[in-house]
Design a binder for this molecule. Sequence first.
Ligand SMILES: [Zn+2]
Length: 293
Amino acid sequence: MLMTMKELLEVAYKNKFAVGSYNVSNNELLRAIIETAEEKNSPAIIQIHPNELELVGDDFVAYVREAANNAKVPIVIHQDHCGTIEGTLRAIRNGYTSVMIDGSHLSFEENIALTRKAVEVAHAVGVSVEAELGTIGENEGSSEGGASQILYTDPVQAKEFVERTNCDTLAVAIGTSHGFYPKDLKPEIQLDRLEKINKKVDIPLVLHGGSDNPDKDIRESTKYGISKINLSSDMKRAFFNKLRETLEEKPNDFEPDILFPDANKAAKEVLGHKMDLFGSSNKAPLYKLGVQS
Ligand SMILES: [Zn+2]
């Protein structure tokens, strides 16, 4: 069941759970996410980053749409971190139901101007928009990028930003980074800052860099407006580490249906755990019953 981010997160926000937004750039991870979501009776967000789109090509999105339409649970197709209107239009043409416009590296006023433009074109065709204020950090091994220094989201600015841009969801910088944290760096989610932002802003909030954080912080964040959690590295690490093992164990095999199933299983185990952690497991019926209104 394909839907927009606005429809999906309205329910999550009201019921204080988060939906995982999982990066996809191949069929195996897409199947792993949809199958796990169906097994867990959980909604899910399939997100494709512009770098990932370059890898798979625009045609891939038509396949994702078909899979999302056939899924028994609510699914959103979302563009992750795009910084241009051209990229936004490309995503809309491809059939995404949600886009992120990332002007977080710009000045406050420039970020507002860019986000307003994206909102204008996306809303005209019923596509939701996620914006970002503040910057998410960057760790090694992540292709999503990020800033070397985190600029924390200011709650007062966040309120003004949302009012002036009319974005549907807002990614906030509260101490997380993309990818895995180096051994000597412990992630610290600033829950007090999140609580203040949540009081000022009345739209669903988004947590980027959802991998490698303590489970208790993640669970806690959903109480303060975090309704979407981006997750890439934890899932991909499980998938590719297992695939590496299989390739070593079976050096002479080359059939995908022999090499991929164990890697899929490893990714699905991580995904199942995350859906339980985010509180999205068994929440699909909320949508079917129309509880969102
Ligand atoms: Zn991100």
